[in-house]
Design a protein around this ligand. Structure first.
Ligand code: NAD
Length: 358
């Protein structure tokens, strides 16, 4: 994968397309970023086959079908996906079926550009998988394109990126180099996000956040995710909760639960966050950024908790601490209410009989 990073790097998009020998690309973006898509398309001149401004969260299969048909009809030989995980996800859906190379121009911190993971939603059910054909061939990170990302989206998208690094740090396939990347990614984002909330046009802070997002996205692409990503997937798929805010709310609680079984991860996160209690620090960071901190705020009904807990344990997946329905229910109850993670409960939780505290 090629990566171009830094202010003004979007001006090098034409060179990136030439380096990949792409002569007719379809530009993909969300309807909200149609102007940006059109602008990029105009700078590409003859190399642009057109713009599809239809990208949607979780890639509805109907959208993917339309975009694929258009790519074939226009004779596209590649895609430029500009935007967040939704635009890049649409590019991946096309790449999966027609092997068209993707050049990604990310404008959030979600990290999809660094992974070979694709997702498609059909009849309310999201399928995901890994396929190297969907890994972008080139990524162009220009912090200037992120200054328009609103404060709340910046905060939750940044926390979404941090979640990739947190789960990488206790992944079964963690390597020493990915551990370095995860620690540095968390450090960069935790320092940049408060500066972005203070001034969204601070391009230095935006560049630091994008650097962190690159690192955290690479962690997501290199390791197996655990309970946190599984729970977010179930909550998004079953109740339609918003992607990045759900990550933001859940992360401190899942980390709190996993802490007793993830000493090395806690060590790395403590260094990155400058505190010995990373779960609580992440909860406080989200609060200081004005981000949501409870599932209740995201519109989840309390009565859904047992059903979600049940769904989250139907298939086995990696996690440093054994996962039971009771444990997941406990984590969900704490996240639903937005409680401050506390040392007492993560030591007590489930080592004997499960019980609800607080
Ligand atoms: P998104 O792409 O849906 O973007 C959210 C909104 O923000 C959209 O309306 C978008 O147009 C707008 N936006 C994006 N950048 C902007 C900017 N700079 N200025 C103004 N508005 C901007 O949100 P997301 O959180 O980036 O992506 C979420 C999706 O990505 C989910 O479907 C998730 O499952 C997927 N995802 C996939 C992977 C993977 O590895 N496959 C990784 C992370 C996320």
């Amino acid at each position: 994968m090629r990566v171009v990073f830094g202010l003004g790097s979007v001006n090098r998009l034409v060179d990136e397309l030439a380096a990949l020998d792409l002569k007719r690309v379809l530009v993909l973006c969300s309807p909200e970023q149609a102007d940006l898509g059109e602008r990029l398309s105009a700078t590409l001149g003859e190399t642009s086959a057109g713009v599809v401004a239809e990208a949607r969260m979780h890639v509805p299969v109907e959208t993917a079908d339309r975009a694929c048909a258009l790519a074939l009809e226009l004779g596209a030989d590649g895609c430029v996906a500009v935007g967040g995980g939704s635009a890049i996800g649409l590019g991946k859906a096309i790449a999966l079926r027609h092997a068209l190379p993707i050049v990604a121009v990310p404008t959030t911190y979600a990290g999809s550009e660094m992974t070979a993971v694709w997702g498609l939603t059909e009849n309310g059910e999201k399928r995901t998988g890994r396929d190297n054909r969907v890994l972008p061939r080139s990524v162009v990170y220009d912090p200037e394109l992120t200054v328009t990302l609103p404060a709340e989206l910046s905060a939750t998208s940044g926390m979404n990126a941090i979640a990739h690094a947190v789960e990488a740090l206790y992944a079964p396939d963690l390597t020493p180099v990915v551990a370095l990347m995860a620690e540095e990614g968390v450090r960069a984002l935790a320092s940049a996000l408060p500066r972005i909330i203070a001034d969204g046009k601070d391009v230095g802070a935006r560049a630091d956040a994008q650097y962190g997002a690159w690192l955290c996205g690479a962690c997501l692409g290199s390791t197996t995710m655990s309970l946190h990503h599984k729970l977010c997937h179930v909550l998004g798929g079953t109740l339609g909760l918003p992607h990045a805010p759900t990550h933001t709310v859940l992360l401190p609680h899942v980390l709190s639960f996993n802490s007793p079984a993830a000493a090395d991860a806690i060590g790395a996160l403590s260094r990155a966050l400058g505190t010995g209690f990373p779960a609580r620090a992440l909860h406080r960071l989200a609060g200081s950024l004005g981000a949501p901190r409870s599932l209740k705020e995201l519109g989840m009904a309390e009565r859904e908790i047992p059903r979600i807990a049940e769904l989250a344990v139907t298939t086995a997946y990696a996690n440093p601490r054994p996962v039971s329905r009771e444990a997941v229910e406990f984590v969900l109850r704490a996240a639903w209410a937005g409680l401050l993670p506390s040392a007492e409960w993560h030591d007590l939780m489930f080592d004997s009989a499960p019980r609800i505290i607080g």
